[in-house]
Design a protein around this ligand. Structure first.
Ligand code: IPE
Ligand code: IPE
Ligand code: MG
Length: 255
């Protein structure tokens, strides 16, 4: 995993952002694709296509800035409720994205991780993601964590069940159960909690994303829809983050 704080020493986009207090882990709820399409009289899937262009741009930008990890909410456990045609289209996107971008991700030393119940995805989607996990598995640069068929509540239940099983097997004692132990059984076991969560599209909610991990994450919202989201929005979110005072319950404030 890239070192925490490494970004601060890197040469960043000149003049765009200060080198101090760069968030290590940024999470994004990529929302607003459907409304973007509807506004133009297009089918919702046209919005998802455009959303993928934004994703490619923002990954490049995050990498250039020296961000340590980027987590992207791509499909929630609740998104199965959508019309089958839309779900089918969304299920093909990971494969399409990886076919297009995997070589570039390798060049940039980016490591892909996945969060979510991959076993319930169509086999082609699973295969494409698993191949990318293996292929990029030894990369040491930025972590690109895709939340696919992800739900924060089901993630916590899954962790509890894993822990219970290990208690029954005698691998853990009841006294071992702690916040750290639970966190180790989440999909994000090897990632620090997000420093910053960005949600475009005007919705001001977390929609079952990283419920455990967001406990002290700084939240940033914009009305801009994901297909219209640019590097400038991303930089603005980071600048605003840099001005925040993260107290974690303490009384210390910025000097
Ligand atoms: C986000 O855009 C993509 C997914 C949830 C998969 P939406 O499809 O939710 O777009 P809106 O919110 O309907 O505009
Ligand atoms: C959250 O967006 C899920 C993703 C972006 C993948 P939704 O569009 O599903 O969330 P709600 O329904 O507006 O809360
Ligand atoms: Mg939405």
């Amino acid at each position: 995993m890239p070192e925490k704080g490494k970004a601060a020493g890197k040469s960043l986009l000149p003049g765009k952002i200060g080198g101090e207090n760069i968030p290590f882990h940024i999470a994004i709820i990529m929302d607003g694709n459907g409304r973007w399409a509807r506004k133009r009289g297009l089918p919702r899937i046209a919005g998802h296509k455009r959303g993928m262009d934004t994703l490619i741009k923002i990954v490049t930008c995050a990498h250039a800035l020296g961000i340590g990890a980027l987590s992207l909410y791509a499909f929630s456990t609740e998104n199965w409720k959508r019309p089958a045609l839309e779900v089918d289209f969304l299920m093909r996107l990971p494969e399409e994205y990886l076919r297009k971008e995997l070589d570039r991700l390798m060049e940039k030393d980016i490591r892909i991780l996945a969060a979510g119940e991959l076993g319930q995805l169509p086999s082609r989607t699973q295969l494409a993601i698993e191949e990318a996990l293996i292929k990029t598995g030894k990369n040491k640069g930025m972590i690109l964590n895709f939340a696919v068929n992800y739900g924060g509540r089901s993630e916590i239940i899954r962790a509890i069940k894993d822990i219970l099983l290990l208690v029954r097997k005698g691998q853990y004692r009841e006294e071992d159960i702690s916040e750290d132990l639970l966190a180790k059984h989440l999909y994000t076991a090897n990632l620090p909690d997000p420093d910053l969560l960005i949600r475009p599209s005007g919705e001001v909610r977390v929609s079952n994303f990283m419920l455990w991990q967001l406990a002290y994450t700084e939240l940033w919202f914009t009305d801009t829809l994901w297909p219209d989201f640019t590097e400038e929005h991303f930089l603005q979110a980071i600048r605003d983050y840099q001005a925040r005072d993260r107290r974690f319950g303490n009384i210390q404030t910025k000097a």
